[in-house]
Design a protein around this ligand. Structure first.
Ligand code: ATP
Length: 289
């Protein structure tokens, strides 16, 4: 079933066209990756889907399980998280650094708690409905702390967690809104190989056990190729390919976008490794442009 249809989305910044007429579908239950060289428009596309930007043109239709449809380009950003249940993390981590790890997860459930407190009255007097909602919020926070291996740090300040822990906390916070789509902007950035493997397992579990589809931007091709069901490739704001990891690996246009036109000199090792991961070629000096 198609969960989100992106139709002819464009985003201009003055004279610069960051996204140019891009269309694709996100199926329910898939891990979809958006990849492409630097400046391809990945983050801009993410910002459009999650309501941080309003696209200059195009339509994004999210179909909820209950049959409701949300036109994401039309509704205010806060409703995209609250009602359409599209959650995100950021390329540069954005936690409440001075709050505890547990408090960060409680803040994420603020909307639900405010409603249960009848916007303060039931909360002030500790009425049963509010107390139940509060217990459920704590239980949910504890569930995700456990799932992400952060239980022992629950009372530590979020800012004191090591980098990998902060990345996991951002995912836990996003999961506390029970998202239908979890949008992750470079979740493997800065992780070591072990943490990167753990992330793969976590994202598969989120897809398989929590009825949440995953949309990720990622430069780490070992993550993308191992876990994605569907890959969309952008280059200079345009979609140049869309398919399974195997289809993307052998797509000539994608190989050219990463490789450039053939020349004699060797690629720098870090680019050669990226190209090799996309194409399946050996990550050595034999990859040339
Ligand atoms: N707010 C903005 N104002 C002006 N130009 C912008 C803005 N945001 C992005 N751009 C431009 O849009 C283009 C696409 O940028 P974007 O960050 O979406 O690419 P990206 O694929 O995410 O790149 P990277 O992999 O380096 O993060 C770039 O040329 C960028 O400079």
């Amino acid at each position: 079933m198609t969960l989100l249809t992106i139709e002819r989305i464009s985003m201009r910044f003055g004279g610069l066209v960051a996204i140019d007429n891009v269309s694709f579908d996100i199926r329910a239950g898939d891990i979809t990756a958006v990849i492409g060289p630097n400046g391809a428009g990945k983050t801009t596309l993410f910002n459009c889907i999650t309501g941080f930007y309003k696209p200059t043109a195009g339509r994004m239709t999210l179909r909820a399980e209950d049959g409701r449809e949300f036109l994401l380009e039309q509704i205010p950003g806060y409703r995209i998280a609250k009602e359409a249940r599209v959650a995100r993390t950021f390329q540069n981590i954005r936690l409440f650094a001075g709050m505890s790890v547990l408090e960060n997860l409680m803040v994420a459930q603020h909307n639900r708690l405010m409603k249960a407190s009848a916007f303060s009255f039931a909360g002030l007097f500790g009425l049963p409905g509010f107390r139940r909602a509060e217990r459920e919020a704590v239980d949910k926070a504890k569930f995700w702390l456990d799932k992400l291996g952060l239980t022992a740090q629950a009372d530590d300040s979020a800012g004191s967690l090591p980098y990998g822990g902060q990345r996991r906390l951002e995912i836990a916070r996003a999961m506390c809104i029970d998202p239908v789509i979890l949008c992750l902007d470079e979740p493997a950035a800065g992780l070591n190989p072990r943490e990167s493997q753990e992330l793969n397992g976590l994202l598969r579990a989120i897809r398989d056990e929590h009825n949440t589809s995953v949309l990720l931007i990622e430069h780490d091709m070992s993550v993308v190729m191992q876990i994605s069901d569907h890959i969309v490739v952008l280059d200079h704001g345009k979609k140049i390919a869309d398919g399974t990891p195997d289809q993307i690996r052998s797509d000539e246009t994608v190989i050219r976008a990463y490789l450039g036109e053939p020349e004699e000199e060797d690629l720098p090792p870090e680019i050669a490794a990226d190209v090799a991961a996309v194409t399946g070629a050996a990550a050595t000096g034999e990859v040339r442009r």
